[in-house]
Design a protein around this ligand. Sequence first.
Ligand SMILES: [Zn+2]
Length: 388
Amino acid sequence: MPAKRFTPRKMAERLVGFDTTSAKSNLDLIDFVEGYLHGHGVPARRTVDATGRKANLFATLGPEAAGGVVLSGHTDVVPVEGQPWTSDPFVAVERNSRLYGRGTADMKSFLAVALALVPEALAAGLKVPLHLALSYDEEVGCLGVGDLIADVKAHLPPPRIVVVGEPTNMQLINANKGIAGFETRITGKEAHSSQPHRAANAIIAAAKLIGFLASLAEEKRQAGPKDGRFEPPYTTLNVGTVSGGNALNIVPRHARFAWEFRLVPGDDGDAIVTRFRRFAEQEVLPDLRRAAPEADIETKALAQVPPLTPEPDSAAEALVRRLTGANRAETVCFATEGGLFQEAGFSTVICGPGSIDQAHQPDEFIELAQIEACEAFLRKLIAWAAEG
Ligand SMILES: [Zn+2]
């Protein structure tokens, strides 16, 4: 591909045009970005998932040296199914000084600005390397970025700082809640619905378990540990999906639901899981097994994302403060890949354009002014990296 140039806005439109819903392949987008970088003489490394349908991409601008700054973002977006969109979610359109489209806020605009500024970064004569890190499967539990981090650690001079460009309205963020997700499957025993005494109703068991989670959530809200830096300041629980059963007149054999909690620092996630398992085994399973000795309740851990914790004397925080003029760091409640970068030993903060209020919503949008603010921020970063 010849060296193409894009404005940040045009690049954002291009990226939104790829339907990278987490359940689908992101390779069209990765191919496009790799080709674009290649056109500018920038090689990129892929790390590919087991299916070969998804890839991370990592590229270095400037010297192949340690101590660089990683600009990190996920390429996947959440589904649009069932949401009332005014226009095609995968065609970015401007209305009222906003750019609408799935991923405009979360978080293709950040990637777009970083990519659009690649020619400027290359022309600036960087002394400190700037890296671009694009991941897959963030929205389904930060599943992709681990391989990218491992690849960087194994093969490249270590970066020092990571800026994750999740939508924070360009505010500096140094902490986010961690997340732990689970799937619980209930196996009961079916029967004609006129014979419930011969059956074990998996959906009713699921309802009891979900009710227990709801009471735990209420307990956390009222009496759990509080951390006033977060909104809300307590550990939250959510049941996100539930399914089961085949017909009204069959006692259902199967039910399943997915649930998660988001922990404030100092709360004990293992204790939540232990209480849930004890309730399942002591209060729910015995009822099921009266009619069906084979009945079972299994809970499997899904993604576990560590929290981002404020670092003492954080290099990332110092850099972003200097570039943005921010005099304080905030916190957010949504989980990010930041905790994984931090766990790997890189100084990490979150700072990106757009608002989380618009993320995952129908008619997701970003204010064009936010794209401009991000552009100004990254230009300062380029100038800083060129000074060395
Ligand atoms: Zn995101």
